[in-house]
Design a protein around this ligand. Sequence first.
Ligand code: NAD
Ligand code: DAU
Length: 331
Amino acid sequence: MRVLVTGGAGFIGSNFVHQTLATRPDAEVTVLDALTYAGSRSSLEGADVRFVEGLVQDGALVDRLVGESDVVVHFAAESHNDNSLASPGPFVQTNVVGTYELLEAVRRHDVRYHHISTDEVYGDLELDVPDRFTEATPYNPSSPYSSTKGASDLLVRAWVRSFGVRATISNCSNNYGPRQHVEKFIPRQVTNLIDGVRPRLYGDGLNVRDWIHVDDHNSAVWAIIDRGRMGETYLIGADGEVDNKTVVAEILTLMGREPGDFDHVTDRPGHDRRYAIDWTRLRDELGWQPQYRDFRSGLAATIDWYRANEDWWRPQKSATEARYATAEQVL
Ligand code: NAD
Ligand code: DAU
């Protein structure tokens, strides 16, 4: 099976490539990635893939690569909410125009397409209520990032209905694990602590995210590619709801510090309060189950990975913190 993975030098895409090569001996993997600030060639070290550096908005390149593939898995995106608030333009280009180019190519070549998306397209939920997002929840995105992801999902739905494109969509909750960029919440706090800097919580720190290990996300993606119904959306989650303050306290404790040893900083504008995923469809229709059920031990393994792989994250650290320094103040 010839698999085209866009964004395969990023966090989830690179873990997808490693998992695919380890579990699917029949897979021949091509990665298309622009190597933006978020992509790293070293994330694919040891992976036997064809690597093509380029943009998903490059229609001619995308057409050629899609024409040589049996399945396309589209991870490439501008993925960070804070960046989308500072500069939304690249989000429209990559997330919307890039998806359009891929859809036109899979339509021309009749290639199977899987679209990676986020639970953020559904907006947010209140704290302390039992509601969770389902496949029927209306779209209500809050940020430039989530609105461009929502737009890309809607393009996929329209290309399925109007042109019969063979596509599925998955909307997943917050991922954690190795090779996540240091701009994101967990790697930022872990690497700050390695540098002797106190963790930084936006606002009151009570916002809830529904954490899933990246390998569970990727095994669910394969379940959908293998057994998903064409045109359908599947929510991916693993019952991992935790508030940010608790996550930081766990990180501090695991790294030998006092659990209250953090600062509150300026809140993110439009900050979504809570995400929670109902993944019943994935379980009942496709028989998928997450393997990483213990967040604390997954977090401990992730901390160990950042301790052991400073060469991987160090080059990004100071530029990332410089970006944050302009936007946030300790409260
Ligand atoms: P990431 O930022 O770590 O990686 C994105 C990758 O895409 C990078 O390698 C980057 O170089 C590449 N890229 C960016 N713009 C490109 C372009 N125009 N052309 C080609 N390549 C380009 O992102 P991630 O966290 O791995 O997220 C991957 C996908 O999963 C995204 O679609 C994101 O919306 C989705 N998602 C992420 C999470 C999460 O918790 N991180 C959860 C649910 C869904
Ligand atoms: O829900 C899926 C989404 O999860 C993905 O679609 C996005 O690509 C991914 O980045 C992530 O979005 P979040 O905005 O939830 O992730 P982030 O890591 O930026 O922040 C997680 C929570 O932690 C959020 O409530 C903001 C908060 N936060 C973040 C940072 C960087 C802090 O309190 N302090 C911080 O320093």
